[in-house]
Design a protein around this ligand. Structure first.
Ligand code: AMP
Ligand code: GLY
Length: 435
């Protein structure tokens, strides 16, 4: 058994809380450091005392040297796209995150589209524009419905699915002119709107080997039945029954392997999580987006089922040793329901007292991950973000996992608490459609 490691976890949300739980379970952990005041993370790790800022990365680097950090795990896309992995890796330190060059797969959707096109990876036909007039002219010339996407990073929200040409024109104006998603909208993608159930397939890639993880299903829209605006994700379950072995084989063969190969041809060795957001169309699985990290909330049900040593797995991914790691999963499905603030995603109301957390967390086979919370002077938990908590339960069946997660949700209360009531419903009620 190698020496126990000091681990630095970068990030602040529910995904990171789930990662921290799994890291804390590892027999190889010496000390866990975290970069956020998220109370869930502070229960498991110690807050770093230097800024976590891309312009002052040397300070984090010095921190890592001083505290003999042997492994850095990066949760969110922003620090990955800002090159944290490149900067923080050293002779004695592994980083679980792809390089800045590889992060373009998520941070530059136009580049990702070109890469897919060059490698014949199935995806929606699309065109990229830096001029709003040209984008509008193109959208008006299309007979079929389109989807308008901000090309840069927009926290999972920069996508507008349109039914009509007028909606498409309006969407382009929102993204490019009003800059609703900031600079992410300097370039826009106008793409063919696909039909079919969605599934997220995540894999670990160590440069050479690919370990495909159990498929998850996210629920991106705010409202029941997939209505309302896109969010970062309102709930997820794992495994997704729609992703049969045959589909998973196809995804690996037609999408994941060719993507890693295409990146290699660009001179990029991919190491980290490769997340493919897919639509299962009549013509087979097609890529909606790539992410270069775990999904949030997909990480919560995924990691609730993970039974291995996460430090070992992250270190193997970062160092090219995935073929030597055995990974096992709890056979029981897991379901995560996100509790959000009133007004999310546009303008979440925060600072509201949360009650019932202990009661919900004490339930068997339930974990409550903190996404956007803080503590006040009296030690009470308050809401501090759009997505507040992720409530994840395991069950013998998906239906049991779902019921248990909702039972736990019913014990938590805060003013304006908003959540979807239909997480996993389609998979449970329409097994023929199964998504
Ligand atoms: P993305 O962030 O690119 O995964 O997009 C967010 C959501 O928008 C997806 O989960 C889909 O529901 C929807 N979406 C994205 N691209 C398309 C597309 N080409 N056709 C239909 N729906 C899409
Ligand atoms: N839940 C989708 C994402 O993390 O991008």
């Amino acid at each position: 058994m190698p020496e126990p490691l000091n681990v630095l976890l970068i990030g602040s949300g529910g995904r990171e809380h789930a990662l921290a739980r799994a890291l804390a379970r590892s027999p190889r952990l010496n000390k866990l450091w975290v970069t956020s005041d998220n109370p869930g993370l502070l229960q498991l790790g110690t807050r770093v005392d230097v800024p976590v800022d891309p312009r002052e990365l040397y300070r984090l680097e010095q921190f890592c040297d001083r505290h003999r950090i042997g492994l850095v795990v990066v949760g969110p896309e922003d620090p990955i796209a800002q090159g944290f992995a490149d900067k923080l890796a050293s002779e004695t330190r592994l980083v679980f995150a792809p390089s800045q060059a590889a992060a373009r797969l998520e941070a530059d959707k136009a580049w990702a589209k070109d890469l897919m096109r060059s490698a014949s990876i199935p995806t929606a036909d699309a065109r990229a524009f830096t001029s709003a007039e040209q984008a509008i002219a193109y959208a008006e010339s299309r007979e079929d419905p389109v989807v308008v996407k901000a090309a840069g990073l927009a926290k999972g929200k920069g996508v507008i699915v349109c039914d009509t040409k007028d909606e498409a024109v309006d969407a382009i104006k929102r993204v490019m002119v009003a800059r609703e998603f900031g600079d992410a909208g300097a370039k826009v993608i106008v793409e063919q709107r696909l039909k079919g159930p969605e599934v997220s397939v995540l894999a670990l890639v160590d440069g050479r080997n690919i370990l495909v993880l159990p498929a998850c299903q996210d629920h991106k829209r705010l409202g029941d039945g997939g209505t309302g605006p896109n969010t970062g994700g309102m709930g997820a379950y794992c495994p997704a029954p729609i992703a049969t072995d045959e589909i998973m084989d196809r995804v690996e063969r037609e999408i994941l392997v060719p993507t890693v190969d295409a990146l290699r041809r660009e001179g990029i060795t991919y190491r980290g999580v490769l997340y493919a957001g897919l639509m299962l169309t009549h013509a087979g699985p097609k890529v909606l987006e790539f992410n270069v990290r775990f999904g949030d909330p997909e990480a919560q049900p995924l990691l609730a089922r993970f039974q291995g040593d996460l430090i070992e797995l992250c270190a193997a991914t970062a160092s090219g040793g995935l073929h030597e790691v055995d990974v096992s999963w709890d056979p029981r499905p897991a379901c995560c329901v996100v509790l959000a603030s009133e007004g999310y995603p546009e303008s979440p109301r925060t600072g509201v007292v949360i009650e019932g957390l202990e009661e919900a967390s004490a339930m068997t086979d339930v974990v409550v991950d903190h996404a956007g919370t803080k503590r006040d002077k009296q030690g009470r938990f308050l809401t501090a973000g759009g997505r507040v908590l992720g409530v994840t339960a395991l069950g013998k069946t998906l239906s049991e996992a779902r019921d248990r997660a909702y039972e736990a949700c019913s014990r938590i209360r805060f003013d304006g608490m908003t959540y979807r009531r239909d997480i996993a419903r389609e998979a449970i009620e329409t097994p023929t459609l199964r998504a």
